[in-house]
Design a binder for this molecule. Structure first.
Ligand code: FAD
Ligand code: NAI
Length: 465
């Protein structure tokens, strides 16, 4: 009997797709080439990075904030191996959770590299042996891999990608980060808190391209206040690893005189690329675009009938929750339902301190599209809870359509912004006006009151400002 569905890859896209399909009564198998399930996100991405962000934030807090609150614990001492164990335990709990869910939903799992040998045929290779699974439908959920810089060899010891930066065995005296994107800022924050001097080299003239520029300017100032240094409009053209210390060549992005910056570790974080190695796409006739992404239609079907693709391996933001939504949509589509993902409402969170969270359009996007909008801003310095917590950095910014008041974008810089953005996402999914948020009773004293106040500010009637 063929499987109704064979999913290749067990990351957030693949495992969620498999579970939803099994819930809908399909006979499902998942093929995963690594020893554990959960993909990049659970093994070497979202989960371990958040564990280190959480632990390092507590470490910094213990050194700087606890005494101010009257909690004297003395000078905190870093036990890096214990912190790594804390992280590994979190990863272990999560990957075991996926294995449990596969069993619970009667999903067969195959550990081995999957290759599509023909429509409806997936070969699984492991330790020199191969077996072929028959499938009515195949979902490619093979994710992404680190983007590399020409001439800079990542050894994952001194010149690292995010994967190596999550397992360093000592705190580098100086960490040079290439790329002021989300990985650079999150993992840069981790190692700065643990004692590294962190220098971030960014090709563009701003950090976090694609996020609201006004919010990012303020964010950069806060990161600088914490001790991070930025070299914007600059590029790293090479790293000499022959000596005890690495020597990175840094040049203006537009070209010009190079200078050498020494570092103990260089973190290359310039983006990720779709991963399709060994999948047999060309032979199977599955089309990819100029960036190597699998091309899909609005039902996530590739150029070959009954072969689908989701997550980082297709176009769109490389985010775990985006991959998950697409996984659910494909499973429901295969069940004859109308699977759908609203790409206008995908939250994006940078888990630094403060956090930066956004959903919907930026001011730059609205301007470029010629949409007239009103802005409501509210700073955390005017929020009661933030004041008592001494976490007053940042603000909430709401962009609403000038004619209809419909919320078009929400950007939050502040403690716990990642949790607060869910309210904005729900409001936008229901087509809320700023006035709807403004007239919703928010508990006091809470940080989300700043969201309500920003919504009031859209109409120029914030109360506490
Ligand atoms: P993946 O998670 O990459 O999973 C693909 C799986 O397919 C892998 O397990 C791989 O081994 C397997 N595979 C590949 N080829 C084959 C094959 N031929 N046969 C069998 N198996 C195969 N996103 C967020 O939303 N929030 C975050 O906080 C966040 N933090 C991140 C931190 C870091 C350091 C990194 C690197 C990424 C982070 N991301 C985060 C991004 C997130 O990890 C990805 O968007 C997400 O994992 C994509 O899911 P996916 O299912 O498409 O692919
Ligand atoms: P990114 O795309 O977020 O940032 C890469 C940065 O590197 C950009 O600012 C870019 O301008 C810069 N850059 C590119 N080439 C350069 C060069 N040669 N020299 C200097 N700078 C250069 O990519 P990043 O940070 O590697 O993350 C990869 C993906 O992982 C992201 O797209 C993100 O979606 C996902 N991720 C998400 C997280 C989250 O949601 N919290 C956390 C970590 C990763």
């Amino acid at each position: 009997m063929p499987y109704d569905l064979v999913v290749i890859g067990s990351g957030p896209g693949g495992y969620v797709c498999a579970i939803r399909a099994a819930q809908l009564g399909m006979k499902v198998a998942v093929v995963e080439k690594e020893k554990t399930f959960g993909g990049t996100c659970l093994n070497i991405g979202c989960i371990p990075s958040k564990a280190l962000l959480h632990a390092s934030e507590r470490y910094e807090e213990a050194g700087h904030m606890l005494a101010r609150m009257g909690v004297n614990v003395g000078t905190p001492k870093l036990d890096l191996p214990a912190m790594m164990t804390f992280k590994d335990e979190g990863v272990d709990g999560n990957v075991k959770g996926v294995a449990f869910l596969f069993k619970k939903n009667k999903i067969d799992s195959y550990i081995g590299a999957g290759r599509i040998t023909a429509p409806g045929k997936v070969e699984v290779a492991r330790n020199g042996k191969a077996e072929t699974l028959d499938a009515k439908a195949i979902v490619i959920a093979t994710g992404s891999d680190v983007a590399r810089l020409k001439g800079i060899d990542i050894d994952e010891k001194r010149i690292v990608s995010s994967t190596g930066a999550l397992v360093l065995d000592k705190v580098p005296e100086r960490l040079l980060v290439v790329g002021a994107g989300v990985i650079g800022l999150e993992l840069g924050s981790v190692w700065r808190r643990l004692g590294s001097e962190v220098i971030v080299v960014e090709f563009l003239d701003r950090i976090l391209p694609g996020m609201d520029a006004d919010v990012c300017r303020q964010f950069q100032r806060l990161l600088q206040k914490q001790g991070m240094t930025f070299r914007l409009s600059s590029k790293v053209t090479g790293v000499d690893a022959s000596g005890n210390r690495l020597k990175a060549q840094v040049e203006p992005a537009a070209g010009g005189t190079a200078e050498t910056i020494e570092a103990d570790v260089v973190l290359v974080a310039i983006g990720r690329v779709p991963y399709t190695t060994g999948l047999g796409l060309e032979a199977a006739g599955v089309a990819t675009d100029e960036r190597g992404r699998v091309v899909v239609n609005r039902n996530y079907e590739t150029s070959v009938h009954d072969i689908f693709a989701i997550g980082d391996v297709i176009a769109g933001p490389m985010l775990a929750h985006k991959a998950e939504e697409e996984g659910v949509a494909v499973a429901e589509f295969l069940d004859g339902q109308a699977g759908h993902v609203n790409y206008d409402v995908i939250p994006n969170v940078v888990y630094t301190f403060p956090e930066l969270a956004s959903v919907g359009k930026t001011e730059e996007e609205l301007k470029a599209a010629g949409v007239a909008y009103n802005v409501g801003k509210f700073p955390f310095t005017a929020n009661g809870r933030a004041k008592v917590n001494h976490t007053t950095d940042g603000f909430v910014k709401i962009l609403a359509d000038a004619k209809t008041d419909r919320v078009l974008g929400v950007h939050i810089l502040g403690a716990d912004a990642g949790n607060m953005i869910a309210e904005a996402a729900i409001a936008m999914e229901f087509g809320a006006a700023a006035e709807d948020i403004a007239r919703t009773c928010h508990a006091h004293p809470t940080l989300p009151e700043a969201v309500k106040e920003a919504a009031l500010a859209v109409a120029g009637r914030a109360i506490n400002m």
